[in-house]
Design a protein around this ligand. Structure first.
Ligand SMILES: NC(=O)c1ccc[n+]([C@@H]2O[C@H](COP(=O)([O-])OP(=O)(O)OC[C@H]3O[C@@H](n4cnc5c(N)ncnc54)[C@H](O)[C@@H]3O)[C@@H](O)[C@H]2O)c1
Ligand SMILES: O=C(O)[C@H](O)COP(=O)(O)O
Length: 529
């Protein structure tokens, strides 16, 4: 008999496929401590959780029979994915089941914010009939900025149109075509903060999105904006938001999620008259809870029975012979992907990968997955992008993936060439493993180079003219940016050229901006690998 432990409140109806299965015993034990879970997890083949149970390395280590952890919801930040991967435990989630529910909560928050409903309710039930203090605003004819146009953001945009709002959306994966079909104006973060009357965030919390709305953004924000966060605490800097409200820049805010959950009792949002809050209720409807439980139960059943499954967020097995051949290239592939994602601007439409030489005689799909992981991790939630999910994520984001093979490798024994196309243009990079010398990037766009793919790189596009290297070196030196190595690549004398510097620590943004102002320099981009 296979045993499944359900350690958080999960819909009974949604679990029915598991409870009805004759070969599976489902046990519900909620509210257990880590020690209590460690003590019993050894008896179970599957563990089902929401966001309350923290699935730690200790729990995974004690799960001798554990084959799968199922998350009835989207975020897997409560599960130690690395530990699960190391122990061969598959982690799956239910990314689609709570999209509409969370979108509707966002709208509930937006309307409550526009009409001061929680504040008015409180006064009314306290016996005060106050019809003067709660003058609201209409949504109609207002501009809604949506940061993150994935599953939830897109649904919010759709509903906003029905309310007569103009929607500006920003998402690195939102193409002009898709935006046009949705009736959404494609904008930048800057355009949204300067133009929107309401702004709602629907991105994962990543290094890039952490505090993406903070003091510098509030300083230039359209006065009177109303802000909603039903995604993850930390995307908006909470303290900077409170100050912006107190200074009259922001008219009000509605938050379902917090940097620390639950927030401390003295958190200023809990008593602020212009901020409304809910306790992470975005996914809490009967329907969403049934949906996510159905999705996760179905996949757990497949996994326990050894059948094909979807929505795994960690590693799948790779045949040993293929792994032996490809493994040395996994890191190079990921770095080439990450390099290009940082270099490219705009929504990615196509990724083209070409394998030459030694690599052409095996199934390179796992390696392509690593390259895509490198590309997608730059914009999506790192915990959700891995070699299992990367193809699926690329497809759902409208990114076409094309692979080619050839036996000739331009003088190298092996060569991986990757080209990314966006609506702004295309960029390519090629890498190889040099016997005894490790990984190298050997081509960037048309320019031959020889760079180890690691650390902090500065890519400077310029015109091939005397003096430019000196000017760049002087500016960096004056600003205490130490150059470790420097290379220059060009196709023709006096034409366009590229300079690649490795620097010991990241250069401040102000220094990059200064670099861009130097004569004959066309662009400067910092890349961290
Ligand atoms: N409050 C809740 O209970 C609740 C419920 C469900 C989901 N969520 C959260 O909502 C968020 C969105 O969920 P989803 O299902 O729509 O995810 P999704 O992956 O479908 O969409 C996220 C989008 O954010 C975009 N993005 C990444 N970095 C960005 C950046 N710097 N600027 C703009 N866009 C960026 C991605 O390209 C992606 O399209 C997640 O953080 C999820 O955990 C919260
Ligand atoms: O990531 C999610 O799916 C949401 O944040 C909901 O989490 P919950 O299952 O704890 O409500």
């Amino acid at each position: 008999m296979l045993k499944v432990l359900v350690s958080d409140p999960i819909s009974d109806l949604g679990l029915q496929q598991l409870t009805d299965a004759a070969d599976i015993a489902v046990e519900k034990k909620t509210g257990l401590s880590e020690d209590e879970l460690v003590a019993i997890i050894g008896e179970y083949d599957a563990l089902l959780v929401r966001s309350q149970t923290r699935v730690t390395e200790r729990i995974l280590a004690a799960g001798a029979r554990l084959k799968v952890v199922g998350r009835a919801g989207v975020g897997v930040d409560n599960i130690d994915l690395d530990a699960a991967t190391k122990r061969g435990v598959i982690v799956i989630n239910a990314p689609d089941g709570n999209t509409i529910t969370t979108c509707e909560h966002t709208f509930a928050m937006m309307m409550a914010l526009a009409r001061h409903i929680p504040q008015a309710y409180r006064k009314t039930v306290e016996g005060v009939w106050d019809r003067k203090s709660f003058l609201g605003v209409e949504l109609r004819n207002k501009v809604l900025g949506v940061l993150g146009m994935g599953r939830i953001g897109s649904e919010v945009a759709k509903r906003a149109k029905a309310f007569g709002m103009e929607v500006i959306g920003y998402d690195p994966f939102l193409s002009e075509d898709r935006a046009e079909k949705m009736g959404v104006r494609l904008g930048s973060v800057d355009e949204i903060i300067r133009q929107a009357d309401f702004m709602t965030v629907h991105t994962p919390l990543t290094n890039e999105t952490h505090h993406m709305i903070a003091k510098p953004q509030f300083d230039v924000m359209k006065r009177g904006m109303r802000i909603i966060n039903c995604a993850r605490g930390g995307i908006i800097d909470e303290m900077a938001l409170k100050e912006a409200i107190d200074e009259g820049i922001v008219a009000g805010a509605a938050f379902d999620v917090f940097e620390e959950e639950p927030p401390k009792p003295d958190h200023p949002f809990l008593t602020h008259p212009k901020i409304i809050v809910t306790p992470h209720l975005g996914a809490s409807t009967i329907e969403a809870q049934e949906n996510v439980a159905i999705d996760v139960s179905e996949q757990v059943l497949h996994i326990l029975r050894g059948e094909a499954f979807q929505n795994a967020v960690n590693m799948p097995p790779i045949p040993p012979a293929v792994r032996a051949k490809l493994e040395p290239y996994f890191e190079l592939g990921t770095k080439l992907g990450s390099f290009l994602a940082q270099l490219a601007e705009g929504a990615i439409n196509e990724v083209q990968v070409s394998y030459s030489g030694d690599l052409s005689d095996v199934d390179t799909t796992p390696l392509t997955r690593y390259i895509l992981t490198g590309i997608l991790s730059h914009h999506l939630d790192k915990e959700q992008v891995n070699i299992v999910s990367s193809f699926h994520l690329a497809k759902t984001r409208g990114v076409e993936v094309i692979t080619q093979k050839s036996t000739a490798a331009k003088g190298f024994t092996n060569l991986i060439s990757v080209t990314i196309r966006t609506r702004e243009g295309k960029h390519s990079a090629a890498g190889t493993l040099l016997n005894g010398y490790g990984a190298r990037i050997v081509q960037i766009d048309p320019y031959p180079v020889d760079i180890p793919p690691e650390g902090h790189l500065l890519l400077i596009s310029h015109t091939d003219k005397p003096g430019i290297i000196g000017r760049v070196g002087t500016l960096l030196g004056v600003n205490d940016v130490n150059i470790a190595t420097m290379q220059v690549g060009r196709k023709v004398v006096g034409g366009s050229a590229i300079m690649v510097l490795t620097i010991d620590k990241p250069a401040p943004k102000a220094v990059i901006d200064e670099l861009k102002k130097l004569p004959d320099l066309t662009d400067a981009i910092e890349i961290t690998l």
